[in-house]
Design a protein around this ligand. Structure first.
Ligand SMILES: Cc1ncc(C[n+]2csc(CCOP(=O)(O)OP(=O)(O)O)c2C)c(N)n1
Ligand SMILES: [Mg+2]
Length: 657
């Protein structure tokens, strides 16, 4: 590397310490220590800051998201839309330069990575998406999909379990285009990693099937560049480059945990600048660095132009594939959602909604070639394996069934990475109770506005014999409490169709909560369910009591209503497959379904049911689980815990009287 590269790195370091000092908060240590490796990587990466969304770009995920000033200073230098004013506004309300780099704030930020380890796992997902898309679209002479995915991680990411899950899968899949740079400064917040982390990372990753390279000093940019080239050369294995660094290199706080998460302090900054003969005013990038970066920019533009040329050739040679690829990228839905064949369910069939989900998934995968996914080893139970399409594996990346293994958290994070990559619509699956194992990933789906489908079966005590460890109670309410998340719990086949179809156009994750046990097809269900809540069975005039339920309990509410109707009690039954959708309806509609005049309301759910209180109010009653479940046949459990039509009826009668 040249002197000018050193000066560029120093400029990044200065921007970082100055911005963090000005904000009076931030994480200078890693931003300083990893600046040379990050700069080296970006210099050699295939990207073009003028076209941050370019399909052929290499992906870069800063998994150690707290080093956000590293990313912002990189982006500023390389010419992404981050100005000096943005940097001065670091961590302030409304600024693009959030404390942790948030997806969508600035073009060029590939993922939201505050929670350690998830960035790494999302990078694995991006690398999987790249291999899949490449297998589907590349043709002889036209490798239109062939980027690499890079991630920069710290000790924290390395310790988090999700990284182990994802790394293990990446090794199994031989993701040769995935390259992780590990800033090994051996410091975290509480001090030395010796306190809690003494494993041999190299051996661990070798055991996963990774190529592991080591760079003795992160200051040695030539060595970093060499290691990146070596990593690229091995196309059969993902590569981990362990880069030994010092946190806050070259400052008075070098090697000290105190540099992790607080500003260096004015005095230390002055001494740091003096030691480097840095005499520029604050927030200055020297003119020669600006010129140098502009020259590098010309090279990036050439990469972009070359790719456009390739794509133009592809467009001529394979117009249909080109059109398909474009449609995927634009997230187009290219089939008729009102096609009766999508909504058809045999009225006489008793089906678990997980089975209805399998039917819908089959119908949709036929119509949506970019719908891909799998389960965390529960395919036969979740009914998510699509027999018409093969497995995604090292031997064949074109398969549409993903085998995540028993790694729920990595599965969610990987699905996020696949969605972020672009073009694909990922689904993942497990039992609803195990949503706890993947919730942090689902939270990022929601925060980033990603259309990831979570197919969660075995959705209540109806699970039966497996017992309370497998019976979700509070999970559904937790999901409903998560912003920008649509939680669907359909009651039968047509409601399942409505839920699937409603989920397609959302910039948000969808959770399908589906029954293990068989359920009847209910008269009156259909596309009304896309409103989230609707009148399934009504009485004449204003109801005296409204019964509400979702999923398997709608059948019970209908039975209770039938009994009461025999006594000429005016009962309405509202099916509520998705509270979020219902809450989005115009007030007039909501009031027509749940008129304020009728305060006699009973809700029933074979889980905790806490979220129903907003609809039943102070006068209402909730028929739901009060504790954990038990191990017994599902039908017995409904009786034992009093989740029955009789219980709904008696709750209703007690309010009326
Ligand atoms: C899941 C998660 N747990 C905890 C934190 C809080 N946290 C932020 S940085 C950090 C330490 C990270 O250490 P390292 O990656 O080595 O960064 P360095 O101290 O070297 O900057 C912790 C615990 C977090 N952001 N995410
Ligand atoms: Mg560290």
């Amino acid at each position: 590397m040249e002197k000018i590269d050193r000066l560029a790195v120093t400029s990044m370091r200065m921007l970082s310490v100055e911005a963090i000092q000005k904000a009076k908060s931030g994480h200078p240590g890693l931003a300083i220590g990893s600046a040379p490796m990050a700069y080296t990587l970006w210099k050699n990466m295939r990207h073009d800051p003028k076209h941050p969304e370019w399909l052929g770009r290499d992906r870069f995920v800063l998994s150690a998201g707290h080093a956000s000033m590293l990313l912002y200073s990189l982006m500023h230098l390389f010419g992404y839309p981050v100005s000096i004013d943005d940097i001065k506004e670091f961590r302030q309300l409304g600024a693009k330069t959030a404390g942790h780099p948030e997806y969508g704030n600035i073009p060029g930020i590939e993922a939201t990575t505050g929670p350690l380890g998830q960035g790494f796992a999302m990078a694995v997902g991006m690398a999987m998406a790249e291999r899949h898309m490449a297998a589907r679209f590349n043709r002889e002479g036209y490798n239109v999909i062939d980027n690499r995915t890079y991630t920069l991680m710290g000790d924290g990411c390395m310790m988090e379990g999700v990284a182990s899950e994802a790394a293990s899968l990446a090794g199994t899949l031989g993701l040769g285009r995935l390259i992780a740079l590990y800033d090994s400064n051996r410091i975290t917040i509480e001090g030395s990693t010796d306190l809690a982390f003494t494993e041999d990372v190299k051996k661990r990753f070798e055991a996963y099937g990774w190529q592991v390279l080591e760079v003795a000093s992160g200051e040695d940019m030539d060595a970093v560049a060499g290691a990146i080239e070596e990593a690229k050369a091995d196309e059969a294995h993902p590569s981990l480059i362990i880069v030994h660094t010092n946190i806050a290199e070259g400052t008075a706080k070098q090697g000290s945990a105190s540099s992790h998460g607080s500003p260096l302090g004015e005095e230390n900054i002055a001494a740091y600048k003096a030691s480097l003969n840095w005499e520029y005013p604050e927030f200055t990038v020297p003119e020669e660095v600006v010129e140098h970066m502009a020259k590098l920019g010309e090279g990036f533009s050439k990469l972009y132009d070359g790719y456009q040329e390739l794509m133009n050739g592809y467009k001529t040679a394979y117009p249909e594939l080109y059109e398909e690829l474009t449609a995927w990228e634009n997230g187009e839905i290219r089939f008729d959602v009102n096609d009766p064949a999508l909504w058809e369910f045999d009225d006489a069939a008793k089906l678990a909604t997980r089975k209805c989900s399998e039917i819908m998934l089959t119908r949709l995968t036929e119509r949506m070639p970019n719908l891909i996914g799998g389960s965390a080893d529960l395919g036969p139970s979740n009914l998510t394996y699509m027999k018409a399409f093969g497995d995604f594996s090292k031997a064949d990346y074109s398969g549409r069934n993903f085998r995540f293994g028993i790694r729920e958290f990595a599965m969610g994070a990987i699905a996020n990475g696949m969605a972020l990559y672009g073009g694909l619509r990922p689904y993942c699956a497990t039992f609803l109770v195990f949503v706890d194992y993947l919730k942090p990933a689902l939270r990022l789906s929601a925060l980033m506005g990603l259309n990831v489908l979570y197919i969660m079966t075995h959705d209540s005590i109806g699970v039966g014999e497996d017992g309370p460890t497998h019976q979700p109670i509070e999970q559904l309410d937790m999901l409903r409490a998560t912003p920008n998340t649509y939680v669907y719990r359909p009651a039968d086949g047509r409601e399942t169709a409505a839920c699937y179809i409603a989920s397609l156009d959302k910039k948000a994750p969808a959770v399908m909560a589906l029954s293990r046990q068989n359920l009847p097809q209910l008269p009156g269900t259909g596309s009304e369910a896309m409103k989230g809540g609707y009148i399934l069975k009504d009485c004449e005039g204003m109801p005296l009591v409204i019964l509400m339920a979702s999923g398997s309990e709608v059948e019970l509410a209908l039975k209770a209503a039938e009994n009461m109707a025999r006594d000429r009690i005016r009962v309405r039954v509202v099916s509520m497959p998705c509270m979020e959708l219902f809450d989005e309806q115009p007030e007039e509609y909501r009031m027509s379904v749940l008129p304020p005049e009728c305060r006699n309301r009973v809700a029933c759910e074979a889980l905790g049911g806490m979220s129903w209180y907003k609809y039943i109010g102070l006068d209402g009653r909730l028929v739901s689980m009060k504790g954990f479940g038990a191990s017994a046949p599902g039908g017995k459990l409904f009786e034992h815990f009093g989740i029955t039509a009789e219980a709904i009826e008696s709750a209703a009668r007690s309010i009326i009287e």
